[in-house]
Write a protein that binds this ligand. Structure first.
Ligand SMILES: NC(=O)c1ccc[n+]([C@@H]2O[C@H](COP(=O)([O-])OP(=O)(O)OC[C@H]3O[C@@H](n4cnc5c(N)ncnc54)[C@H](OP(=O)(O)O)[C@@H]3O)[C@@H](O)[C@H]2O)c1
Length: 336
């Protein structure tokens, strides 16, 4: 427990058993995802309302013990980091209480006729980090993730970029996102520093991360696109697994149009939430929290009341039976 000097903050609940802890970070289990701040995917300038929303979102997160935030240089075309930087400027002292993560490697088309693309070149990584630090108004980023695998990756260049960033103090630790075990193993072979995190899309309704494990050597396994051995690689190597879009597919859908398995999952989640006196978000997130890899869900909502509803997940510990009931209901078919 640690008091903060910043409005709205009561305590910071550190999870000492997180893989990230081994890499020097005292981080909370839940992470505030910042893609929804800064006014979204428009080129309109930031407003006072966006800054107010950022303060309120951060207050809600701090009030429930969340001390880690997830950015990317592309979110809201840079405005998510910018509004976060404006907020930090108004709250001196807050930066040191946070674990700040951002990502680079996705590039929008800059001229007519160009495509959006991925870029892990040394120059692009270095330029991106300068942009991130300047928008956030900080001197050092805690964790930098490579956002999406670039097929043109030259790992020696990535290693040079990481070394330059580490030795200049601009980035403390490095990780990846949306990478398979094979891609991580390959990249790691060129790096002096450990890959500390991998952010993947995992949730109660997007289940390929589990189905790939239970359908080994079976026809049904062909339906799973999750890269074989990725969870195991991360667990063996103390790579923090983070779940992006942990509620998507259940909370932002029109249930009237949804697949029967999603409707059944919503009903089950609702009845379990009622039984325990917690929010539905808490049950959906507790499904991720119960996994022994100690996954960090990255929350997408920017609404204070929903951030608080998500945090109720920390009160829920599912039994094996409950966890499997959720899994089987969401799969929409029995275990093999
Ligand atoms: N690494 C990657 O490639 C990658 C990709 C995507 C996202 N991310 C990261 O992951 C974070 C989370 O992603 P996400 O926004 O897709 O996650 P999410 O937490 O699954 O949220 C998805 C949507 O669900 C809505 N929602 C939440 N609670 C709800 C409720 N009770 N009722 C109805 N709707 C509800 C939210 O809308 P409201 O905002 O209106 O509440 C949000 O737009 C992002 O902020 C970003 O940091 C990473």
């Amino acid at each position: 427990m640690k008091d903060t000097e910043n409005g709205g903050a009561g305590f910071i609940a550190i999870d000492a058993k997180l893989p990230l802890n081994r890499h020097g970070f005292e981080a909370s289990r839940l992470v505030l995802g910042c893609m929804g701040f800064g006014g979204g995917w428009t080129r309109d300038p930031l407003t006072a309302e966006h800054l107010k929303q950022m303060h309120e979102g951060m207050d809600a997160a701090l009030s429930v013990g969340i001390n880690m935030v997830d950015h990317a240089n592309i979110y809201a075309f840079g405005k998510a980091e910018q509004v976060f930087g404006q907020m930090l400027k108004e709250r001196p002292g807050l930066r040191d209480q946070l674990v700040i993560q951002s990502k680079c490697g996705i590039r929008w088309a800059e001229r007519e006729g160009e495509s959006n693309r991925f870029d892990f070149s040394k120059s692009h990584i270095l330029e991106s980090v300068d942009g991130i630090l300047s928008r956030l108004g900080i001197e050092s980023l805690d964790i930098l993730l490579l956002h999406r695998p670039d097929p043109l990756i030259e790992p020696e260049e990535v290693a040079e970029a990481f070394e330059a960033l580490r030795s200049s103090g601009k980035v403390k630790r490095f990780g990846v996102s949306n990478m398979s075990a094979g891609q991580m193993r390959y990249l790691q072979a060129f790096l002096d520093e450990p890959i500390v995190a991998n952010q993947l899309e995992l949730s109660l309704t997007k289940l390929d991360w589990l189905d790939s494990q239970v359908h080994v050597n079976q026809e049904a396994g062909k339906l799973s696109s999750f890269p074989d051995g990725t969870l195991e690689y991360c667990r063996l190597n103390h790579v923090q697994i983070q779940a992006w879009s942990p509620l998507r597919g259940l909370f932002n859908v029109d249930l009237g149009q949804a697949e029967p398995r999603v409707r059944a999952t919503d009903e089950l989640v609702g009845s379990m939430a009622e039984e325990r006196g917690v929010s539905k978000e808490a049950i959906a997130l507790s499904f991720l929290l119960r996994h022994p890899a100690r996954i960090q869900p990255v929350l997408g909502t920017s609404r204070p009341e929903r951030i608080r509803a998500c945090a109720e997940a920390m009160q829920v510990e599912l039994s094996r039976e409950e966890w499997y009931k959720l899994y089987v209901t969401s799969r929409g078919r029995p275990m093999p």
